[in-house]
Ligand binder design. Structure first.
Ligand code: MMA
Ligand code: CA
Length: 352
């Protein structure tokens, strides 16, 4: 656009200059021809002074007049051309004015173009950035496409797995049904066995009753033997005694001894009571309890207690919860037993 405007201005200038040159040339040629005519005329007058032909002089005078007329006309023409030139000069001025305006406009447009160039540069920069971004996004898209493909693969695998598992589930459902059937059968069997067990329990109870009767018979028989003066022999071996190294409840302590081929100690002589009291340094369980029958103290071999070495006011079944017997070596040697809750944690004395 700027270039076009420049070219138009140049063409206008060239046109104006050519016009001016042609007008000036025309005016000069008119002046020259006029001057020549006057010189010619003067020469003619001079020559006429030497001639006698006055008529010719008159004629020449007439010619002169007509030439003067011609000269006036030419002067008028020159004036007209001068006016025309002034007019053209005005046009040139206005064109110059126009040209200045166009130059200003061109400058404005150039500034605008520079600004636009800046915008174009920024847009190009932006375009480059966007191209980079597009490239990145394309790479990302390809990566995601890869992920999608692998996920689709995974999905297919999972679908296969689901159908496998469904088949397996149906198979298991079949198993469950057959197991339920089996369970019903077993429940019937369990209730049959429970009935049988209850029956057997009745038998056990009656046998226990029988056993108790027999035990009391044995006791009374042994008392009878005592009364008859037969001295009982208490055989015990000090080397068969040992103290546990862990604190446990009475039942767990008993199991501890049993695990080692022994049982909780039975103290049925004063000698043994003295020996064990001197052996232990803290509370210990001994093999005596009334767990089975409150108030009926029994040793772990089911023999009844004949001689106890109780503390004062013991056994008292405090809180109605004391069925197991501890020995406290800090108390006097022949009165150091106490009944206490079987769940208390104590070391114990075992005997094998
Ligand atoms: C008291 C006494 C005993 C009982 C214990 C229980 C310290 O002795 O009442 O008979 O067995 O408490 O801790
Ligand atoms: Ca007690």
């Amino acid at each position: 656009m700027t270039v076009c405007l420049g070219i138009i201005c140049v063409l206008l200038l060239v046109f104006i200059i050519l016009q001016h040159i042609s007008i000036t040339a025309e005016r000069e040629s008119l002046f020259k021809s006029n001057k020549n005519t006057v010189q010619e005329f003067n020469q003619t007058i001079n020559s006429l002074q030497h001639t006698e032909l006055m008529t010719e002089k008159d004629q020449l005078k007439n010619n002169f007049n007509s030439l003067s007329q011609k000269k006036l006309e030419l002067e008028t023409r020159v004036n007209d051309l001068t006016a025309e030139e002034n007019q053209l000069q005005g046009s040139v001025d206005s064109l110059n004015q126009k040209k200045l305006e166009l130059e200003t406009r061109v400058n404005d447009l150039t500034a605008e173009e520079n600004q636009l160039q800046g915008s174009v540069d920024a847009l190009n920069q932006k375009k480059l950035e966007l191209e980079t971004r597009v490239k990145d996004l394309t790479a990302e898209k390809n990566q995601l496409q890869g992920s999608v493909d692998s996920l689709n693969q995974k999905k297919l695998e999972l679908e296969t797995r689901v159908s496998d598992l469904t088949a397996e589930k149906n198979q298991l459902q079949g198993s469950v049904d057959s197991l339920n059937q089996k369970k019903l059968e077993l429940e019937t069997r369990v209730s049959d066995l429970t009935a049988e067990k209850n029956q057997l329990q009745g038998s056990v109870d009656s046998l226990n009753q029988k056993k108790l009767e027999l035990e009391s018979k044995v006791t009374s028989l042994s008392d009878e033997v005592k009364i008859k003066g037969c001295k009982e022999e208490y055989l015990w071996n000090p080397d068969g005694l040992f103290i546990s190294d862990e604190r446990k409840s009475w039942s767990d302590s008993r199991q501890y001894c049993r695990d080692r081929g022994a049982d909780l100690v039975i103290i049925n002589t004063e000698e043994k009571q003295r020996f064990i009291s001197s052996l232990v340094k803290e509370f210990v369980w001994i093999g005596l309890s009334d767990i089975e029958n409150e108030g009926n103290m029994k040793w772990v071999d089911n023999s009844p207690l004949r001689q106890g070495f109780w503390e004062r006011n013991e056994p008292n079944d405090a809180g109605r919860n004391e069925d197991c017997i501890e020995l406290n070596p800090a108390k006097p040697v022949l009165s150091n037993w106490n009944d206490i809750s079987c769940s208390v944690m104590r070391k114990c004395v075992c005997e094998n």
